[in-house]
Design a protein around this ligand. Structure first.
Ligand code: CP
Ligand code: NVA
Length: 301
């Protein structure tokens, strides 16, 4: 593994091995065992969109591993004034040991990896959010003791989260049902791959999708960059809400996960969110542990 650009680049074994390493690092941290595996290393973190969890968990993760992290806002970098990604990649490769980037186009992340000579980590694009899904899988495995054979239902927009959940869950032997409005389906190629490689459905019938689920997942109706569509989306997605009515159709003890930030009263009710708050905030914590595993795997000598 040289980069983390999207989960479809990883084998099932590579994903499971990252989760195992994350478990180990989490155990060590909780038990006061230091692990300065990236001593002297520096991660550059380029942000072209806002972030709470990704920024803080990567920065803290690097410190806990004995290294440093640099926050690089695209407003301040020359990349924000038109310096090509291919040049930025080659320059930053001379200073840094790895780059985490949050941006719009997946192509930009792929170009950094192509032109740079250091590991590149996708911290969210319009297409994918692989770091979040590694944390999600870690959380599901902690609560359920396994991944294989479980069913995840995603209710909402067929966005970056839906795309990455489909790939990550199918690769780990889970079945996936997406409930979304007809014109808001996940990426067509990802859906075709999932249908060929696992148990996958995509429907606008929420009841059908949520039935028998072990994990119910949702995300905002309007992602970063879609702010101008927010009002229109509120109408289109009005029924695509995680609430107690739909949770009654899921399996007994089903989990609810949300990558956060959440809009209570839109994609999830306050009641359902608070009932599952311990799962959702364990999930947020696991961003730290899962990403430390990614950093170690990619940046350790
Ligand atoms: N879930 C997630 O990526 O959160 P941030 O946007 O706060 O980084
Ligand atoms: N789909 C959301 C995820 C935020 C973590 C977005 O892209 O804004």
């Amino acid at each position: 593994m040289n980069h983390l650009l999207k989960l479809s680049d990883l084998t099932s074994e590579e994903i499971i091995s990252l989760l195992n390493l994350a478990d180990q690092l989490k155990y060590e941290k909780k038990n006061g065992i230091e692990h300065p595996l990236l001593k002297g290393k520096t991660l550059g973190m380029i942000f072209e969109k806002s972030s709470t969890r990704t920024r803080v968990s990567f920065e803290v993760g690097m410190y806990q591993l004995g290294g440093n992290a640099l926050f690089l806002s695209s407003n301040d970098l020359q990349i924000g004034r038109g310096e090509p990604v291919c040049d930025t990649a080659r320059v930053l490769s001379r200073y840094l040991d790895g780059i985490m980037i949050r941006t719009f186009d997946q192509e930009e992340v792929e170009a950094l990896a192509e032109y740079g000579s250091i590991p590149i980590i996708n911290g969210l694009t319009d297409y994918a959010h692989p770091c979040q899904v590694l944390a999600d899988l870690l959380t599901i495995r902690e609560y359920k003791g396994k991944l294989q054979g479980l069913k995840l239902c995603f209710i909402g927009d067929g966005n970056n989260m839906a795309n990455s959940l489909i790939v990550g869950c199918i690769k780990c032997g889970m079945s996936v049902a997406i409930a979304c409005p007809d014109n808001y389906k996940p990426d067509a190629e990802i859906m075709a791959w999932a249908a060929e490689n696992g148990d996958f459905t995509c429907t606008s019938n929420i009841e059908e999708a949520v039935k028998g689920s072990d994990v119910v997942y949702t995300d905002v109706w309007a992602s970063m960059g879609q702010e101008q569509e927010a009002e229109e989306r509120k109408k289109v997605f009005a029924d695509f809400q995680v609430n107690e009515k739909f949770m009654a159709l899921a399996n007994e003890g089903a989990m609810v996960l949300h990558c956060l930030p959440a809009h209570r009263g839109e994609e999830i009710t306050d009641e359902t969110f608070e009932k599952h708050a311990s799962e959702i905030f364990d999930e947020a914590e696991n961003r730290l542990h899962a990403q430390k595993a990614v950093l170690v795997e990619l940046m350790k000598d």
